[in-house]
Design a protein around this ligand. Structure first.
Ligand code: GLV
Ligand code: GLV
Length: 324
């Protein structure tokens, strides 16, 4: 009998083709663009050897119990892994695949786009143009903040942070600074970034980009304490996970002018309900978690997730395995 696999969402074709052509698994897919209801998911994973999931599925003790003892591999089509209970997976010796690297360029590109949209107030500006606000050319109307001669801070320097800095450098950024649990000289040298404390990062950054993973240590790390140390002209950008930000504190910081603006690709919860106060702020640009959303990248993510799954089921090293 071939190993049994449940794919929790309709995944892009490249990954699907790999699973189909492998002849190595019998798989069932939740063939929808919307998440599988939890109760359904708990039924579907029963007896599975492998699960290919996306970031909306909580892979926790309850789900692992529902799957049962056959489960050997969980492969997530995401670089983030905060939806996976790593302790529970480790306890059961279940191997975990994820999709770093293939989305780095795409996420960095979107981060730069969001940064510019926020700092140069593009969303507000198109709205004004469309709705009659463009009465005439005015000297300080829709003025924003420019990257030239600025200091850019990166909270959590990994592959994505480096890729963002590489893209921002040609905008004549003066200085890159970063903070992380420990200095990361190899990555930092690639972009000549200086290691500073979190406080210094807040104090010195004209643009602050959050690029860290969501962990118990980073949960709510961007809070009033941080925002109150930032410059009034500072632009805050988050393309990591909503959980790193205390949103009430961010609302306060944005609405009282503690900082100039925020661009968020991620929120808590997701989707952020349409009545959320952050939507009422002109200086807050909110995107619906699209940083890795290019056809090329989403296909590459699905292919990598499929290859991780198949390798894991064969008992071989995965192309990208999360060390538990
Ligand atoms: C997207 O947020 C991902 O984790 O891949
Ligand atoms: C702007 O369009 C200028 O001419 O300065």
């Amino acid at each position: 009998m071939l190993p049994k696999v449940f794919v929790t969402r309709r995944v892009p074709p490249d990954g699907l083709d790999i699973l189909r052509k492998s002849g190595q698994v019998q798989f069932e897919m939740w063939d929808s663009d919307d998440p599988v209801p939890r109760m359904e998911l708990l039924k579907k994973v029963k007896g599975c050897d492998g699960i290919l999931c996306v970031l909306t599925e909580k892979i926790d003790a309850q789900l692992l119990e529902a799957a049962g003892p056959n489960l050997k591999v969980v492969s997530t089509m995401s670089v983030g892994f905060d939806h996976l209970s790593l302790d529970e997976l480790k306890k059961r010796e279940i191997r975990v695949g994820y999709t770093p690297d293939v989305l780095t360029d795409c996420v960095a590109e979107l981060t730069v786009a969001l940064l510019l949209a926020t700092s140069r107030r593009l969303i507000e500006a198109t709205h004004e143009a469309k709705t009659g606000g463009w009465g005439t050319w005015r000297t300080l109307w829709l003025c924003g903040h420019e990257l030239a001669n600025s200091t850019v801070g990166i909270l959590g320097l990994g592959r994505i942070g480096v890729a963002i800095a590489e893209r921002l450098k040609p905008f004549k950024v003066k200085k890159f600074i970063y903070t992380d649990v420990t200095p990361r000289p190899e990555l930092a040298n690639m972009i000549e970034a200086e290691y500073v404390s979190l406080d210094k990062l807040a104090e010195q950054s004209d643009f602050l980009a959050v690029c860290c993973a969501l962990t118990p240590e980073t949960h709510g790390i961007c809070n009033f304490n941080l925002f109150s140390k930032m410059k009034k002209n500072a632009i805050f950008i988050n393309t990591s996970r909503g959980g790193v930000v205390n949103q009430e504190d961010l609302y306060e910081a944005l609405s009282t002018g503690l900082i100039a603006g925020a661009g968020l690709d991620v929120t808590t919860p997701e989707p952020l309900p349409t009545h959320h106060p952050l939507y009422t702020l002109k200086n807050c640009v909110i995107l619906p978690h699209i940083a890795s959303a290019s056809y090329t990248t989403r296909n590459a993510m699905s292919a990598l997730a499929a290859n991780n799954l198949l390798a894991g089921l064969r008992g071989e090293p995965m192309p990208k395995e999360l060390k538990l």
